[in-house]
Write a protein that binds this ligand. Sequence first.
Ligand SMILES: Cc1cc2nc3c(=O)[nH]c(=O)nc-3n(C[C@H](O)[C@H](O)[C@H](O)COP(=O)(O)OP(=O)(O)OC[C@H]3O[C@@H](n4cnc5c(N)ncnc54)[C@H](O)[C@@H]3O)c2cc1C
Length: 397
Amino acid sequence: MPAQLTTNPDSSRASRRAIVIGGSLGGLFAGNLLRRIGWDVDIYERSAHDLDSRGGGIVLQPDVVEVFRRIGVDLAAMDLGVQSTFRTTFQPDGTIRSKHFAPQTQTSWSLIYTTLRKAFGDAHYHQAKTLVRIEQDPAQGAVTAHFADGTSETGDLLIGADGGNSTVRLLLWPDVKPVYAGYLAWRGLSPENTMPSVARHDLHGDFGFANNVGSHILGYLVPGENNDVRPGHRLYNWVWYRVADDKLLRDIMVDRTGRQRDFSIPEGMLAPQWKAHLHREAEALLPPPFRAMVEATAEPFAQAIRDLAADHLVSGRVVLLGDAAAIPRPHTAASTAKAAANALQLADALKASPDDIQGALARWEPAQVALGKALRRQGTETGNYLLFHRPPDALVG
Ligand SMILES: Cc1cc2nc3c(=O)[nH]c(=O)nc-3n(C[C@H](O)[C@H](O)[C@H](O)COP(=O)(O)OP(=O)(O)OC[C@H]3O[C@@H](n4cnc5c(N)ncnc54)[C@H](O)[C@@H]3O)c2cc1C
């Protein structure tokens, strides 16, 4: 029988099905929230394993807590992170340039991921599924995801939550790509109990910063293994932004097995010569407490800083959210919160007009595009000032 054409393909459907591509934070925010408004949701993640060993510290923002609240996470029964008390900025010689009371909660990528993953469960979370192609049927209001293993899945909506190098975005908007910002973030996580004494004395418990020419480092405590927030079981997380031209970045991105990576080296994969390079640079640029932390870190890792804020996030029944849609620089401390906000507002829009998905998406898109662009502007201004224009600390009043 030929497909029946209606002006609104949604009006005759009972339940809705969302296919989420990417099972990291963005995909899990969206998957959990859509399920809460009555959708059937399946998440398809390229990785064959759980993702919980990666990532570091994240500043806890209200939108993330709001997702937890809406999906029924028992907030009273868990510790969401570690509080820092003061914001302290050090001069290169280790003296304090400024210190002010600014309590703030830092959490970890792993804590957010494991909480969302547990809430979503295993039954509809599919690993080792790599999206390669998308097909849309506008008359039926249907979208089909084709995977590298030859299987396919059809639904009413496909959510591209597949990160900064999104395949979904590449398939629909091939010209929209992240741009390298000219600097990278060296990162490290170290057990708080192994902090060298100078670092423990100056950095422990606060949000610390230090600037130098082409160099900006910050650090704070985050939950430890198994999201443990008990004193003595936490990790010190540092992020050190350093200017690097394209060639230097390419060289750093060759991992310890000799494989050329694009924009990040995970923990444990950094080639050994870069650890020595980091220690030399730390000697020249960092105040003693941060220098000691960098030197004490067993497995530093690295991530290129990139800019992206897409102009379009909706095409038929396909949407982009999270890093696939826009990558704010980490100085905004907003990327995870933006992914949460994208998902919260998507769920609100779909709930408000359940019989008009297309209308809901059209109403959802403009504010998300604007949010991505505002964060790109904010992150670019802050990052470029800190890394390329800031005078040496000794000259800053
Ligand atoms: C140095 C640094 C510091 C940061 N600090 C903060 C911070 O303080 N606060 C904050 O909010 N954020 C921070 N972030 C950003 C944050 O980690 C991400 O923005 C957030 O996790 C949202 O990511 P996402 O889920 O959209 O994408 P990702 O986490 O990149 O996930 C995408 C997922 O899609 C999967 N995938 C990719 N392609 C396919 C495919 N074809 N088929 C199926 N699956 C696929 C991938 O395997 C991956 O699991 C920081 C980032 C950096 C670089």
